[in-house]
Design a protein around this ligand. Structure first.
Ligand code: ATP
Length: 366
């Protein structure tokens, strides 16, 4: 049982700052996901916790043990840290059976035979692989091999579990199943876990909290709901789920928490709630999810929302629903609808309280 504290973690590779002053506390038993695009510093952060790579600055502590403290010159080698690390490549020994693979860390630690057998049985049951104990890795599916890799890590009871894209080598269907299985396992394990992925569905469905990283820095930390519903900036809004961005100009000063009247490039107007004060004339971007907008039947009263005239640019059947591409004042939007629109013009209804207003607009205009 252990919590994890990362303070001011910084790692440079030549001129590249891969991790830039990262601060994070993971509570005992918490499952936290590092999420972000390729190269944002997720794996480097994980490697620093595991001790595979020595960071340039900062401090890492697990439970009562300081793993790394640049200021005090403390650096524990990986074998002195209680971290269970599982990578996307399972790296099982091909010439050993499942049971022997799982036994290996215990043999290394000189655990007695009877105790070894008990722990192997226990951990193989935990990952639901007890029937495969005598098989070799090549006789298993990718998902099963990944479970064995997980068992091999869990068997020596690490204080924290570090998972680096563990499902990314599986095909889409297997990956879905493995994700559901992992979601169930994590509640049974209750182990402090850092999970690295660039897959937002995995992050949303598995995590207690998500850390969104961008360019080596933390863009936002929050629960899956907070990250999805209240993204801190356009990067987070764009990275998680589908977001429509509508550049606009504020008409008249909008008070914090009040309504802002917005004007689009084509002169159409709409209202939105401004969390922070927005001065008249300033450029803003309204971000909203496809599920927040609706097709307005002809003659809809714009009560509680705004009705906007758009042009239909595409219609794709996505199973159950249609994804409809729209053009509104030069911005490309995506709408989910039960039926494809019959006409090339479509009136859209947007609730006043639906979107999030960000300052500025040039960099996120669709
Ligand atoms: P991915 O999802 O592609 O694995 P990531 O978010 O895990 O990406 P990192 O692997 O942590 O990103 O890399 C962060 C940055 O550090 C990148 O710019 C990468 O090119 C650089 N980097 C990582 N490892 C090294 C290394 N050993 N030598 C030089 N540069 C490195």
């Amino acid at each position: 049982m252990a919590d994890l504290t990362i303070q001011g973690l910084t790692k440079r590779f030549g001129g590249v700052t891969a991790v830039d002053d990262v601060n994070l506390h993971v509570a005992d038993g918490e499952f936290v996901t590092l999420l972000g695009p390729s190269g944002c510093g997720k794996s480097t952060t994980l490697a620093a916790v595991a001790g595979l790579d020595r960071a340039d600055g900062g401090r890492i502590q697990v439970g009562g043990t300081v793993y790394f403290d640049a200021a005090r010159g403390i650096y524990l080698p990986p074998e002195a840290r209680s971290c269970g690390l599982v990578f996307q490549s399972y790296a099982l020994w091909p010439h050993m059976t499942v049971a022997d693979n799982v036994a290996f860390p215990l043999t290394l630690r000189k655990v007695a035979a009877a105790e070894r057998k008990r722990r192997i049985d226990e951990v193989l049951a935990l990952v639901e692989m007890e029937r495969y104990a005598g098989r070799y890795p090549h006789e298993l599916s990718g998902g099963q091999q990944q479970r064995v890799a997980l068992a091999r890590t869990l068997v020596y009871r690490p204080a924290i579990l570090l998972l680096d894209e563990p499902l990314s080598n599986l095909d889409a269907k297997l990956r879905d199943r493995a994700r559901a299985w992992l979601a169930e396992l994590r509640t049974r394990l209750g182990l402090t876990t850092i999970y690295v992925t660039h897959d937002q569905i995995e992050a949303l469905s598995l995590s207690d909290r998500i850390v969104v990283m961008n360019g080596g820095r933390i863009a936002q930390i929050g629960t899956p709901q907070e990250i999805y519903e209240r993204p801190a900036d356009p990067f987070v809004a764009d990275f998680i789920g589908t977001t429509n961005f509508l550049p606009a100009r504020v008409v008249g000063d909008a008070p914090a928490g009040g309504r802002a009247l917005l004007e689009l490039a084509d002169g159409q107007r709409l209202e939105a709630v401004a969390e922070r004060a927005a001065p008249g004339g300033s450029r803003v971007t309204l971000a909203f999810r496809p599920e927040q907008m609706q097709v307005a039947p002809p003659g809809t009263a714009p009560e509680g929302g705004s009705v906007l005239a758009t042009r239909v640019t595409s219609r794709s059947y996505v199973g159950g629903n249609w994804q409809v591409g729209l053009e509104l004042a030069g911005a490309a939007l995506r709408l989910e609808a039960r039926q494809p629109p019959a006409e090339d013009r479509l009136d859209l209804w947007l609730p006043h309280a639906g979107g999030i207003l960000f300052r500025g607009g040039a960099d996120v205009a669709a």
